[in-house]
Design a protein. Structure first.
Length: 110
């Protein structure tokens, strides 16, 4: 998986990109000049301790990897995991994330 790592890239995508939200995630999307998509995942320290935060990041990475065909090349995606994710089943998280991605792709095509 291609990853957005630098803080300035995160800030630029969050500040200038298009934003889509649902009750579990905030998705920021911005065009890039690369020949592939990139992902960045963020979760607040208020959500829980490091073990809990890493668990939800691993779950989200797994969802992202399992659905590679849905992402557009030349895009950067920043996903912010909301506190509402705590205690939610994996299948519901996956459904929520996929709906968000599909809605963003539908909006981008218009």
């Amino acid at each position: 998986m291609n990853i957005v790592k630098e803080s300035r890239d995160f800030n630029k995508i969050i500040g200038e990109g298009k934003c889509y939200k649902n009750k579990h995630f905030v998705l920021n999307i911005m065009d890039n000049n690369l020949n592939h998509y990139r992902f960045g995942i963020s979760i607040s320290k208020k959500t829980g301790n490091a073990v809990v935060r890493n668990l939800y990041k691993r779950k989200l990475r797994n969802i992202i990897d399992a659905n590679k065909k849905l992402y557009s090349k030349h895009k950067d995606y920043i996903i912010i995991i909301r506190k509402n994710c705590l205690g939610v089943e994996y299948k519901e998280l996956e459904k929520s994330f996929l709906n968000l991605i599909k809605n963003s792709n539908f909006s981008e095509e218009k």
